[in-house]
Design a binder for this molecule. Sequence first.
Ligand code: B12
Length: 212
Amino acid sequence: MAIIEEISAFLQKGRAKNVKALVQQAIDENLDPKAVLNEGLLSGMMIIGEKFKNNEVFVPEVLVAARAMNAGLAILEPKLVEVGNEPVGKAVVGTVKGDLHDIGKNLVVMMLKGAGLEIHDIGVDAEPAAFIDKAEEVGADLICMSALLTTTMPNMQTVVDELKEKGLRDKYIVMVGGAPVNESFAEQIGADYYTPDAATCAEVAKKAVLAN
Ligand code: B12
């Protein structure tokens, strides 16, 4: 089996050690890191997502697959991210309150780093105030929020509303994303940008910060 398919297969079984070793091997063999990400790690995760939806696998299996995904991502990060010298700007990134999904957020972090932004990752299940306090503390340009659950999406609105209440809304570029989020939701809650994936997020973020 080709190495990329093996990565996908081991990820689906939640075998983090094997995933790590194979991602390292792929790097050593000079395979394209984007192919390792998209056709290995992400395609494995998509298969798990589909099985989860159809009740063929359950939370524990998804959790170990996600751990394997994050382990593989950590090995791949230096290849995906070639950071420039001067930071273009600063971004606070987190997954909103009530939401524990971090794979997409971690990818956004990596791509933003690659675009030259200094990142302050506030993790998952982040309180609205945590986004704002961290942004104020570090003098951020951007606030990036991720949500994977329809039930946690409204917490993005809370952050925007609290920014408004504090008179800080115009100080920050607000970006939102995650599988259930879309352009019209972003508009509805008063965010500045939505993008469907992490690579586009980085492109748009860089342009927006430089234009600011
Ligand atoms: C992995 C996973 C889990 C893992 C998470 C582990 C982890 N460390 O992240 C675990 C097992 C913990 C989990 C738990 C749950 N999950 Co879950 N999970 C998934 C799964 C299979 C994959 C998500 C993922 O990582 N995708 C891969 C990443 C790369 O994609 P992504 O996050 O969308 O990110 C991309 C873009 O959206 C974008 N992006 C992401 N963030 C941002 C931010 C910005 C600013 C921008 C611009 C872009 C951007 O860039 C990324 C890549 O380019 C999805 C299925 C799916 N198809 O999404 C379900 C899914 C999200 N989960 C679901 C559910 C229901 C749950 C649970 C409620 C299950 C339960 N009964 O307990 C719990 C909730 C826990 C909680 N409070 O958060 C549902 C949500 C349904 C809904 N409409 O709300 C889904 C859709 C599955 C399903 N079809 O039923 N889950």
